[in-house]
Design a protein around this ligand. Structure first.
Ligand SMILES: Cc1cc2nc3c(=O)[nH]c(=O)nc-3n(C[C@H](O)[C@H](O)[C@H](O)COP(=O)(O)OP(=O)(O)OC[C@H]3O[C@@H](n4cnc5c(N)ncnc54)[C@H](O)[C@@H]3O)c2cc1C
Length: 425
């Protein structure tokens, strides 16, 4: 059973209950909305052993401050009056909540609860897999055409746009828009249209032939059609130290991490559009940027190159390639770089490294044969059909020349119109 409490009830709850999980939520908070159904279903399963309570953060500021809660949602677990496990925040996954809940109970109780969890089957017309701009546009069109639509994402809605600093080329806005606001408008519009969201979920199985997707280990969603809109992610270099120092000296996202390099030195790996455009943003913070490009020239568009070369903070090292990433004794990054012309190796000491060497399609979940190009992007026809009947693909995950928000939205539009017509026939 899930209950809402006020801050004055907290101490009483803590002393009356052996196990409690407390959800600090806010209104107009998409991750809180994404958490709510998961929290409720876990309260149903674990409620006899663990007390599930939620508390409105803005209305109970004193307690939030006392407990050091700074964002919504924040889940805090208590066992025998003491906080236990790690706090969970942001796009919280069901499996991470379950992991902590299970540590609070004896093994036999956990087994008993899990045995009682019944699989759920949900029927819909269309599953849209991936809630970036392509998936959201498809969802809006489908819902407005009265096609029952479930949008599934392993993260919160928005896709790559959420981590984009500013977007100035999406029509309809006079001023540049912050990426996370643009994706917020898109997902709110999709919700308003009637799209059902299943976000920040674990996607356990995707069966394209039978049009079934299993999420969070127990819910099977069955559909007549599937639209794949899982986008693309940053490509890594697969060099020594790259995985080890990811998040601790190595980043793939300027919007997320450039702010940590105020007055510091950084190395950028790459010389294409993303590397050069992101260097402009990083240059607002960093005191010095060394850009390492393997080719004899940058490959970004001319205007971006000109701005890059005109920036006194940026030094471009052409025909050089990184060979590994290491930490120095004083916690700086050391990048080993080879001069491709002379074979000479050198070490660059820096505060941080940004890697911008392209993207790869998010298709790891595919275990059925589907036609793709040499780089793994899904091939589609002009109506966005893939080689599997009833399965469409849109946006950055498909084989095409230009990957932009507008093109993803355009693909989503086409697929959803065709999909709606095929369902009606
Ligand atoms: C730093 C940066 C700046 C950019 N700036 C611009 C710009 O200014 N203008 C512009 O037009 N474009 C820009 N782009 C490109 C633009 O963001 C993309 O072209 C666009 O987001 C593609 O949309 P999409 O819906 O195809 O995929 P994505 O935005 O990649 O969204 C895919 C979604 O699918 C989800 N997903 C992935 N795998 C699974 C799975 N197995 N199951 C369920 N869900 C899954 C992801 O979590 C994600 O939410 C930028 C990109 C980056 C990285």
């Amino acid at each position: 059973m899930l209950e809402e409490i006020k801050q004055e009830d907290f101490e009483k709850e803590l002393s009356a209950n052996k196990n409690i999980v407390l959800d600090f939520y806010s209104t107009e908070c998409p991750p809180c909305e994404a958490l709510a159904p998961k929290f409720e279903s876990l309260a149903d399963s674990y409620g006899s052993e663990i007390r599930f309570v939620k508390i409105f953060r803005q209305g109970n500021r004193e307690l939030a401050e006392k407990l050091g809660v700074k964002s919504s949602p924040t889940l805090i677990f208590f066992k025998d009056g003491e906080e236990t496990g790690a706090r969970l925040m942001g796009g919280i996954r069901k499996k991470d909540i379950v992991k902590t809940l299970d540590t609070m109970l004896p093994e036999e109780k956990v087994a008993e609860i899990q045995a009682k969890i019944k699989p759920v089957v949900t029927q819909t017309d269309t599953i849209v897999l991936g809630a970036g701009p392509g998936g959201l546009a498809a969802g809006i069109y489908l819902a407005q055409a009265k096609v029952d639509t479930i949008l599934i994402d392993q993260a919160l809605p928005g896709g790559q746009v959420t981590t984009t600093h500013q977007v100035s080329n999406y029509p309809g806005f006079i001023e540049p828009q912050q990426g996370f606001m643009l994706s917020h408008y898109m997902s709110e519009q999709a919700k308003e249209a009637g799209v059902k969201f299943k976000v920040a979920v674990d996607v356990n199985k995707v069966d394209l032939k039978n049009k079934e997707v299993v999420i969070d280990g127990f819910e099977t969603i069955k559909a007549k059609k599937i639209i794949i809109s899982t986008g693309a992610s940053y490509r890594s270099l697969n060099l020594p130290g790259e995985k080890e120092f990811y998040g601790n000296g190595i980043s793939y996202c300027a919007t997320c991490d450039a702010k940590y390099y105020h007055d510091k030195e950084v190395v950028i790996i790459g010389g294409g559009n993303t590397a050069v455009e992101e260097s402009e943003f990083i240059s607002k913070f960093a005191s010095k940027i060394t850009m390492i490009q393997q080719l004899p020239q940058l490959t970004a568009n001319k205007a971006a190159q000109e701005r890059c070369y005109a920036d006194p903070k940026i030094n471009v090292l052409l025909e050089h390639e990184p060979r590994g990433f290491y930490k120095t004794d004083n916690d700086k990054m050391m990048v080993k770089v080879e001069n491709l012309k002379t074979g000479e190796m050198k070490e660059i000491i820096t505060d941080g490294v940004f890697v911008f060497v392209g993207m790869k399609p998010n298709t790891e979940f595919l275990n059925e044969p589907i036609e793709r190009d040499d780089w793994g992007y899904i091939k589609v026809d002009e109506d966005m059909h893939t080689s599997i009947p009833g399965v469409f693909a849109v946006g950055d995950v498909i084989s095409k020349k230009y990957r932009q928000i507008t093109t993803a939205v355009g693909d989503g539009t086409i697929a959803s119109i065709v999909c709606a017509k095929e369902i009606d026939n």
